[in-house]
Design a protein around this ligand. Structure first.
Ligand code: PEP
Length: 248
C-alpha cells in the first residue's frame, strides 16, 4: 500500500506577520508532487498566509479549533471559520495543548470529531511522557488517545495520526528509528482492529519530536512512518523542505 507522505510544519506561537508571509512563500516555492507539505501558522496570520501561498501546492493548516460551530465562546475559533479562509488540516491533541494548556481527553475528542465532521483533515497527536515510557505504558497511553477518534471517521485521507513522544518535542532528543517504528506499527495495528485493515493501510502516521534534516532520512525510511509533524525545524524554509524531500 503506497501512502502519499505528509510533512507538516507547526509554527506554534512564533513569527511576526512579515516573517510569516516570507517563510510561507519560501516553503510554497518548494512544494511539489510526491509529498504533501503543509504549514500551520499562528491563527492571526492564517489569512495573510493563505493569500501569500494562493495557487501553490502548499497546504494551509491550523494549530487548533473549537468544537462548537459558533456562539458565545470568547477567544475560540471554529472549524467553519478556518474553512472560510482556506485551511484544510487542523491539529488536535498536540502535547502542548494537552499538557501545557490542560486539554483533557474528552475535549480533544470533541475537537478531533468536529474537525473531521466539518470536512477538514484532522492531524491527531498522540504520545507518551517520559515517565510513562519508562514504566512501560507507551502503548496503553497511545491506545487511549487513539480512542478519541471514532470509526465513524471513514475517509482515510482525512485522518492523520502524529505520533509525538512528549519527551522528544522541542528537546533535541528524537526517538530512534526503531523506537518510532515500533509505536507506529502498534498504531496501525490498533487502527486495523478498530476500523479495518484497508483503512489502516491508507491512514498516514507522522512522526514528530525533534525531527530535523539530519535525522529525517532514517525515520522516514521506516515502513510505518509516512511523514512528519515538525516544530522548530519548520521555521526555516531550507531545513523544512529538506525534511520534505527526504519523505518523497
Ligand atoms: C511539534 O511541535 O509538534 C514538534 C514535533 O516540535 P519539534 O519538532 O520542535 O520537536
Amino acid at each position: 500500500m503506497s501512502r502519499i507522505p505528509f510533512v507538516a510544519g507547526n509554527w506554534k506561537m512564533n513569527t511576526a506577520k512579515a516573517g510569516a508571509i516570507e517563510l510561507a512563500k519560501a516553503v510554497a516555492k518548494g512544494a511539489t508532487d510526491g509529498v504533501q507539505i503543509g504549514i500551520a501558522p499562528p491563527f492571526v496570520y492564517l489569512d495573510a498566509v493563505a493569500q501569500a501561498i494562493a495557487g501553490s501546492k502548499l497546504l494551509l493548516g491550523a494549530q487548533d479549533a473549537y468544537f462548537e460551530k459558533s456562539g458565545a465562546f470568547t477567544g475560540e475559533i471554529s472549524v467553519e471559520m478556518l474553512k472560510d479562509i482556506g485551511v484544510t488540516f487542523v491539529l488536535a491533541g498536540h502535547s502542548e495543548r494537552r499538557h501545557v494548556l490542560g486539554e483533557n481527553s474528552a475535549l480533544v475528542a470533541k475537537k478531533a470529531q468536529a474537525i473531521y465532521a466539518g470536512g477538514l483533515t484532522v492531524v491527531h497527536c498522540v504520545g507518551e511522557k517520559i515517565e510513562q515510557r519508562d514504566s512501560g505504558q507507551t502503548f496503553d497511553v497511545v491506545q487511549r488517545q487513539l480512542e478519541e477518534l471514532t470509526p465513524a471517521m471513514q475517509d482515510p485521507s482525512r485522518v492523520v495520526i502524529a505520533y509525538e513522544p512528549v519527551w522528544a518535542i522541542g528537546t533535541g532528543r528524537n526517538a530512534t528509528d526503531g523506537q518510532a517504528q515500533e509505536v507506529h506499527a502498534y498504531i496501525r495495528k490498533s487502527i486495523a482492529a478498530r476500523w479495518n485493515k484497508d483503512f489502516a493501510d491508507r491512514v498516514r502516521i507522522q512522526y514528530g519530536g525533534s525531527m530535523k534534516p539530519e535525522n529525517a532520512g532514517g525515520l522516514l525510511a521506516q515502513p510505518d512512518i509516512d511523514g512528519g509533524l515538525i516544530g522548530g525545524a519548520s521555521l526555516k524554509a531550507d531545513g523544512f523542505l529538506a525534511i520534505a524531500a527526504a519523505a518523497r
